[in-house]
Design a protein around this ligand. Sequence first.
Ligand code: ARG
Length: 440
Amino acid sequence: MKNKNKTVWSNRFGKTNSKNFQRIGASINIDKRLYNEDIQASIVHVQMLIKKSIIPKKDGIKIIKGLKKIKKEIDKNKFKFKEKFEDIHQNIEKRLFQIIGDSAGHLHTARSRNDQVVTDFKMWVKKASFDINETINFLIRSLLKKASRNIDTVMPGFTHLQVAQPVTLAMHLSAYDQMMERDKSRVLDCKNRLNESPLGACALSGTGFNIDREMTASKLGFNNPMVSTMDAVSARDFATEFLFICAQCGLHLSRLAEEIILWVTPQFGFARLSDAWSTGSSIMPQKKNPDAAELIRAKTGRLNGNLIQLLTVMKALPLAYNKDMQEDKQAVFESFDTISLCLKAMTGMVETMEFHAPIMKKAAESGYATATEIADWLVRNLDMPFRDAHHVTGAIVKMAVTKNCKLDDLSLSDMQDIEPRITDDIFNVLDVEKAVASRK
Ligand code: ARG
């Protein structure tokens, strides 16, 4: 390498790039996160080039040694990333020239940065999907543990945030467990599409060299090479899909976060957050704030924004690679970091949160939550059409509201004033615990 600062295309160009062009073109500060994948994919690429006798074996071996050395340097924080070399791929290649000399020039045979970057990126997203799957599992475990301890804890179930019918805390938490299960299934499903290797597509049309794409695909943990080379270098739907999964999971977390925020208010009083998961106020000594839940609720802004960002970048890009696509990684890295942290924070809050069963039960009793039970009783015992039963029950509730009492504080004769055929038996369904227990 004659001039260590020159670009790989400098012979084609008369002038060096302007400073701000260099700045807008560089992605090294973001894509250095791909160094592991980049080095792994380069090693496998070289192994294939050696096996197919496309490059001299002795140069190939030097390249592999040099790449392993670079990996150690980056691992140990001893690697100097340079903006002038634009991205992780060229930073590593430049360093390889410094370490092993001109043999490094064989590395990029039958490869382009276009298939290189998307191979690295796909490998990274695949690993990130495994990680998210694991992190969701921890939350699921803590939700189910809390649920299993609260099978008999009665609370109001809400619609329109108005008390609707009595439920149990276990039912409530299980709903979130199911949301998390679906988020997990989306991660697993997206992994199927992450299992195809773009490597070997080169710039866009493949290569005249006799490469072995099956070999590189399987050595890098993919099932098979992608069919279309032009699709391989220009598809980013694996990334937008990943961003959607993060956004959807974040949305689920934000709903639970919102409930926690409500539950820990003195007005609800359903739950108390551990001190480890609350902050105080700098002025109001009585306060305990659910900051983590509020931030989980707020982080959906970032997660949704990242999804829209990449969808917008990709919209209407002609085939095949366009530099626009360099803007694909920041969103994915950030969404991964964000959702991972939100999942962990939610797990911590759920694990340590305490619930006040008597307050929740009282809330269920005071909100006429068993009104539907009365209507069902009328249907079952008096053969009333449900619509009529609904009217009768409405009148009973109105009476309780007027008398400012609970439904089971009404006397039998109060109820008989409205529907004479009602018997004592109706009081059996007014109890919130019995009402919940009757649920299939
Ligand atoms: N840093 C680039 C990216 O992330 C690598 C691919 C560059 N390819 C090119 N033809 N300029 O997209």
